[in-house]
Every structure is written in C-alpha cells, then in structure tokens.
Ligand binder design. Structure first.
Ligand code: UD1
Length: 391
C-alpha cells in the first residue's frame, strides 16, 4: 500500500483557527479505527502537520488542548505574512516534510492558505490528496479563500462534501462522480462532541476570564448578542468599520448587551483607527480576547442573535438555531441561509441593509435545523472513504 512502509500513512494539515475544529474529529476517528486493528499493518499512521499560520496561544494552542488534538508531529512555523509569503513558505517547508515521511495521503481541510499550499505540494510530490469540506463556492474570486477552494478541489483525488449544494457545485464543474463523496459536516462532529462540556460553563465566568481590562460586565447581561468580525473586507478599512461600530453602539446596544471577541486583525485595526477605546468604554459592549471553542459555543447557545462574517459560525448557528446576520456579500455555505432552512441571512456591510436585516431578525425565534448528515458522524465516514479508496 504505502511507499517503503507497512501501514498506511495519512498526513493531515492544520494551519489556522477554523481548521482545528475540523481536524479534531478526524484525529479521533483514526484513533478509534486503530484501537480496533489486530495487527500493525492494518493500522493507519497519522502524521499531523501544523503550518503555524495562526500562532497566538488563544488562536491555536488553546484549541489543541480544549479539543484533545494530539500535539502536531511537525510544525512548519510559517506565521504571518502576505498571502504569497504564507503560501510560498508553506510549500517550501511542506515539500521537505512530504519527502521525509512519504505519506500515502495528504488530507487538507477548509480553505485557508495552507490548504492551497499543501494541496499543490502534495500533488507535485505524487501523493494522493483528500479535501475535507470540498465543493463550497461563494462565486467571489476576490475572496482569497475562494481561490484556495478552487485550486484545492481541482487537485484533489477525493472530494468529501458537507452538503448537497456543494456536491452540485462539483458536478457542475465536471468532477468525476467517483471522486465525490457526501460525508456531512465535520465541524458538527466537534459541536456535538463538545456540547455537554460547553453547557456546564457559566457565561459570566467566561466573560470575566477573557474580557479586556477590568470593566464591569454589562448589566443586565441578558439578553445579549455576539459579534465577530475578521474579514479584511469588513475590518481593514475605516470607512467600512466605523459605521458598523456606530450601528452596534447606537442601535444594537439598546436592545442587547453586546459581546465581541476580537480577532487579532480586528483588534490591530480598531487600535490603528482610534476606535478601540470608545468601544471599550461603552457600558453595554464587552470586548474579549479570541475565545476558546467551548466558551464561544456556550455564548452561541444563549445568544439572541449573532452578527458575524465567519463561515463556521453560520453553520453552528444553523444547528443551534441562533438567528444570524452575516456581514458578507455572498457565502460559500448557502445551506446555512434562511432561504434553505438555515438560521443566517446575508446582508453585505452597508449599514442600511444591516439595519433592515437586524429589525427583521429581532422578530425571529431560535430554531435549530440539521441539514442531512450533519449528525456528528462525519469524521468516521471521511476515514472510511479514504480507506476504501486505498484498498
Ligand atoms: C485566516 C483565513 C480565514 C479564516 C481566518 C480565521 C486565509 C486566507 N484566511 O484569516 O479563511 O476565516 O483565518 O481566523 O488563510 N495574527 C495574530 N495571531 C495569530 C494569527 C494571526 O496576531 O495567531 C494576526 C496576523 O499577524 C495578521 C492577522 O492576524 O496580521 C491575520 O492573520 P492571517 O492568518 O493572515 O489571516 P486571518 O485573517 O486570520
């Protein structure tokens, strides 16, 4: 089966925060499979590579600990940089790792820069490539993630899709049927595996432990809304970010306390635009560090509303039923939209549309929805597909 070794070798890659909740269940599925193997040669050797794109403790290490992901076998320590720097450095470092370990498969997840870099490298080294979360398309080539998705899917031998709309995208692009497998959403494996643990957390404790500075928690804390923004299209330009903040301060904070975990990119920009202090001073708004997985899940369970530009949160809101306003012009995850039965609505970032959607969303109740195969068993199916394709 493999090259110069007995058991099958799978090398999987993580890089940035949204990858960690996708790889955790895959690692567990391999462990569970190995525990049932009688002989060494039946087992799967799993080599976990962290490219180091996200490196702050609360953007990376905290997730390994909280989700029980084994320590990476290899860390490429690529860090921050322009897209070309991140991709180029990842390719150079990953090529060495592939040559040293000679995996049978490289498994990539999601759509970050490392997903693209490691896909290209794997195929150029003659290694088979499997993409978990294949087929997502926003149709927006200005999004770096869309380029990453297209290249990765074009190169993948196995394309494991989370929903039927993504499967249809691949059919339209002419991907051979036998390479596409509908496995469900692996992020929801993590949500289901961690729901109970999250439920035990007290919201006030989460906020006190993670808030910036010493200020008092908003009083009353409930009802509250959660805000997360990190996309360059929303946070890199003051003329976009400032009206969003004015809307949050002047309108949303009248109905809700607002909890806003700040991504490092957003915090840097708020500081640079001189907006951080005024936000921090507002009695109804609480800024926090980037939160851990269980902590954000706990907030999402009780939030009256989510205002976000994150794709992963759109999915989690769908399963939890949290009414979600997505500050983007398009989404690669249409299955999460209200028109497809999900919890989220796309509003762009012009304030008039955000306000309108906000007023409509105020009328909505929490309504959990579960798209097909978002059942917590996706990682097992991913591994089965890879094993079947290898035999
Ligand atoms: C990346 C992904 C995006 C994902 C997001 C989630 C790509 C193209 N984008 O965007 O799809 O939704 O992660 O977080 O791969 N920084 C820190 N500490 C860290 C990580 C980043 O300070 O641990 C800073 C960097 O120095 C940089 C900024 O945050 O200035 C952005 O980081 P970067 O990895 O370039 O992209 P993200 O915006 O996080």
């Amino acid at each position: 089966m493999g090259k110069n070794h007995d058991c099958m070798k799978i090398m999987s890659v993580v890089a940035a925060r949204p990858n960690f909740m996708k790889i955790a269940p895959f690692c567990k599925a391999i462990e569970a499979y190995n525990a049932n193997c009688q002989t060494f040669s039946e087992k799967v050797e799993h080599i976990l590579v962290h490219t180091g794109q996200h490196y702050d403790i609360n953007m990376s290490e905290a997730f390994f600990t909280a989700l029980g992901i084994p320590s990476p076998d290899v860390n490429l320590e690529v860090g921050s940089g322009s897209h070309a720097e991140q991709v180029g450095q990842t390719m150079m470092a990953f090529e060495q790792v592939v040559r040293e370990h000679l995996p049978d498969w490289v498994v990539v997840v999601g759509d970050v820069n490392a997903t693209l870099a490691c896909s290209v490298t794997a195929r150029k080294e003659g290694v088979r490539l499997c993409h978990i979360e294949a087929g997502l398309r926003s149709g927006d080539m200005n999004m770096p993630e869309e380029i990453n998705r297209l290249v990765t899917d074009r190169l993948s031998n196995l394309l494991l899709v989370p929903d039927r709309l993504s499967m249809a995208n691949l059919h339209k692009e002419g991907v051979p049927e036998e390479q596409i497998h509908f496995v469900g959403n692996i992020m929801i494996d993590t949500l289901e595996a961690n729901r109970k643990q999250a439920e035990k957390l007290e919201i006030a404790d989460i906020l006190k432990a993670n808030q910036y500075g010493e200020k008092a928690l908003p009083e009353p804390l409930h009802p509250f809304a959660v805000v997360t923004l990190h996309r360059p299209s929303n946070v890199d330009r003051q003329e976009i970010l400032q009206p969003i903040i004015a809307f949050l301060r002047q309108e949303v904070s009248r109905q809700f306390s607002l909890i806003w975990p700040l991504h490092p990119r957003t915090r840097k920009n708020l500081e640079a635009f001189g907006l951080l202090n005024e936000l921090n001073r507002h009695p109804r708004i609480l800024l926090t560090q980037p939160l851990g997985y269980h902590e954000l899940l706990r907030l999402n369970m009780d939030a009256e509303m989510m205002l976000t530009d994150s794709g992963g949160l759109q999915e989690e809101c769908t399963v939890l039923g949290t009414p979600c306003i997505t500050l983007r012009w398009n989404t690669e995850r249409p299955v999460t939209l209200r028109e497809h039965g999900g919890a989220s609505v796309i509003v762009g970032n012009e304030i008039a549309s955000v306000q309108k959607a906000y007023q409509e969303t105020l009328q909505l109740e929490r309504q959990p929805v579960r798209p097909d195969l978002w059942d917590g068993q996706t990682a097992k199916r991913c591994l089965e597909v890879i094993l079947n394709a290898s035999s």
